[in-house]
Design a protein around this ligand. Structure first.
Ligand code: GTP
Ligand code: NA
Ligand code: MG
Length: 302
């Protein structure tokens, strides 16, 4: 796009780490909410996306994950919407299997890590031990001469949050994140769900350009026309610009996390692209059955 405005944009930060190390609690503390307390069994079951307005006035888009599964699905589809990973490690538990997997995912995707050692309020907290563990997992920590920032925090007592915010903004600043605002959107699905009244809903993040209400879109192998765009607080919007998580209504089918969103000029074109992609998916599936990788569906089933 010639002459299109390229402007600074907020960072998209994915929070990763072992189960129950306090990812959701830390986000709650940063934005003064209590999502973790409302979760069934205290377990995060989907990806949450929020914009947190920092006391400094800067905003950061956070993705809360239930572990690493969703993040790897996105990575596999090449949807590099994450600029930065906050690796949450509980100070009492230390490095655990999913901590190691999160490190591997971040490294594979070439995404910088900021470590938050959480639960430092606990009597059994031992942040120094955690640092030694992280170093032996191959993380070059700043205080050991490397470049990875480590911040000691407590989501419970809310200590260290200023330092974490500062570390994230510093890291983001070094990355000089910018995006084209005008023109067709390049966007990705973070998660999708079926709502009884509103139909398929996709939480999406725009990487470049602008998504506009009324546009015909192809989302992965699905298609539709944007009927409504809402911000994460549920407020209706006319459009969505880079790094802003939004919920999109108006799809004909349910897309998958990591699917790309493309705006097209007509319903006809959207349908055609969707049909082509569905055909390709089906072909790939049959190929897998042929190779014995997938069990053929029971022919009597339908
Ligand atoms: P999953 O999403 O299920 O992987 O867990 P999570 O990493 O989001 O952890 P969550 O925020 O659900 O917290 C797990 C438990 O640790 C909860 O009981 C929290 O109250 C507790 N917790 C989280 N942060 C802290 C902290 O800083 N200090 C203490 N003492 N407890 C904490
Ligand atoms: Na939990
Ligand atoms: Mg959680």
């Amino acid at each position: 796009c010639e002459g299109a405005a390229v402007l600074p944009r907020p960072p998209v930060v994915t929070v990763m780490g072992h189960v129950d190390h306090g990812k959701t609690s830390l986000l709650d503390a940063l934005r003064s909410t209590s999502v973790a307390a409302r979760e069934a069994g205290g377990i995060t079951q989907h990806i949450g996306a929020f914009v947190v307005k920092m006391p400094s006035g800067a905003s950061i888009t956070f993705l809360d994950t239930p572990g690493h599964a969703a993040f790897s699905a996105m990575r596999a589809r090449g949807a590099a919407i994450t600029d930065l990973v906050v690796l949450v490690v509980a100070a009492d538990d230390g490095v655990m299997p999913q901590t190691i997997e999160a490190i591997a995912h971040a490294k594979d995707a070439n995404v910088p890590i900021v470590v938050a050692i959480n639960k430092c309020d606990k009597p059994a907290a031992d942040p120094e031990r955690v640092k030694v563990q992280l170093a032996s997992e191959g993380l070059p920590l700043e205080e050991m001469g490397g470049d990875i920032q480590v911040i000691e925090v407590s989501a419970k007592s809310k200590s260290g949050l200023d330092n974490l915010e500062e570390a994230l903004l510093l890291q983001a600043e070094m990355m000089e994140l910018k995006a084209r605002i005008d023109g067709p959107a390049q966007a990705y699905v973070v998660e999708a769900r079926l709502d009884r009244g509103r139909g398929p809903l996709a939480t999406a993040i725009v990487k470049a350009g602008t998504l506009v209400c009324g546009q015909h879109i192809v989302v992965g192998a699905e298609w539709g026309r944007i009927r409504a765009i809402r911000d994460t607080a549920g407020k209706l919007r006319e459009d969505a610009t880079p790094a802003m998580p939004v919920e999109i209504e108006g799809l004909k089918g349910l897309p998958m996390a990591g699917d790309d969103i493309t705006a097209v000029e007509s319903e006809e074109r959207a349908k055609m692209l969707s049909a082509g992609r569905k055909k390709k998916l089906e072909k790939d599936r049959l190929l897998k059955i042929d190779e014995g990788k997938e069990v053929s569906p029971d022919p009597l089933e339908d």
